[in-house]
Design a protein around this ligand. Structure first.
Ligand SMILES: NC(=O)c1ccc[n+]([C@@H]2O[C@H](COP(=O)([O-])OP(=O)(O)OC[C@H]3O[C@@H](n4cnc5c(N)ncnc54)[C@H](O)[C@@H]3O)[C@@H](O)[C@H]2O)c1
Length: 252
């Protein structure tokens, strides 16, 4: 049990990568608060609980401070403290700066970047008091390389990598480690609209070797396994790192 007795919050946990992170953490002994704006999280948490995992769901909009504070209170009520925070929730609306509305631009930054500021500043004081903690932010291969017609998304993911490094520096002396997982193309619903830019999902899969030298997409559980490593003591000297789990996407 690599996370025995640990308490975690995972945002965007109703589906996709966040769901698998919550599942892997719980399987390794953590108690997990699954947060998501979608009420689908109720069913997702019920399923994990039925499998014997200690999870609860709290409906949260991570871009709104009042909602974030309610989440933190719910986590304390359920489990008493927070040792691990995974900032995973995000949105991606494709478009160049000429195609994106101001509303989409602001929403992307509020959900993807501001949420990390809001939730982390609500959690860090407790971690400082408890002698340490772990924060994992979900960046992207797009934290390192851009793509056509993804201006708000790639720039928000670049910001998340640097925010992770800034937080890692600020809290290293408090024994709080902050890292950023940077996935390549993971098979989730998140990519449906993104895939349209490549002519649809079937076309992406046909040409996947052009994107990922490993010749396949990445499974959400492969991202969850990286999160598990970063959450556990096995990564005790790693902080401020961008961890690419990208099937080789950024090699060339
Ligand atoms: N899928 C990929 O290929 C890929 C690649 C690189 C990075 N990522 C990153 O991984 C993370 C998870 O992506 P995914 O593929 O699992 O996406 P997903 O769409 O399957 O899941 C995202 C979840 O976030 C939730 N969410 C959205 N806005 C929210 C809000 N305001 N408050 C709370 N929850 C909210 C959604 O309801 C959803 O359940 C994201 O940060 C994404 O940028 C994904």
């Amino acid at each position: 049990m690599r996370l025995d007795g640990k308490i975690a919050i995972v945002t965007g946990a109703a589906q996709g990568i966040g769901y698998f992170i919550a599942k892997r953490f719980a399987e390794e002994g953590a108690k997990v608060v699954m947060a998501d704006i979608s009420s689908d999280g109720v069913q997702a948490a019920r399923q994990l609980a039925k499998e014997g995992n200690a999870v609860v769901f709290h409906q949260t909009d991570v871009s709104k401070n009042a909602s974030v504070l309610e989440l933190v209170e719910a986590a304390h009520t359920a489990f008493g403290r927070v040792d691990i925070l995974v900032n995973n929730a995000a949105v991606n609306v494709p478009g160049s700066i000429l195609e994106l509305s101001e509303e989409i631009w602001d929403r992307t930054y509020e959900v993807n970047v501001k949420s990390i500021f809001l939730l982390s500043r609500a959690i860090v004081p407790g971690m400082q008091k408890n002698g340490g903690g772990v924060i994992i932010n979900l960046g992207s291969a797009n934290s390192y390389v851009a793509e056509p017609r993804l201006a708000s998304y790639v720039s928000s993911k670049g910001a998340i990598l640097m925010l992770s490094k800034a937080m890692a520096l600020d809290f290293a002396q408090d024994n709080i480690r902050v890292n950023c997982i940077c996935p390549g193309w993971v098979d989730t619903a998140f990519n449906d609209r993104h895939a349209e830019l490549f002519g649809g999902r079937a076309e992406v899969l046909k040409n996947i070797r052009d994107i990922h030298p490993i010749g396949r997409t990445i499974q959400p559980v492969e991202i969850a396994n990286a999160a598990l490593f970063l959450a556990s003591e096995e990564s005790s000297a790693i902080t401020g790192a961008g961890i690419l789990v990208d099937g080789g996407y950024t090699i060339k």
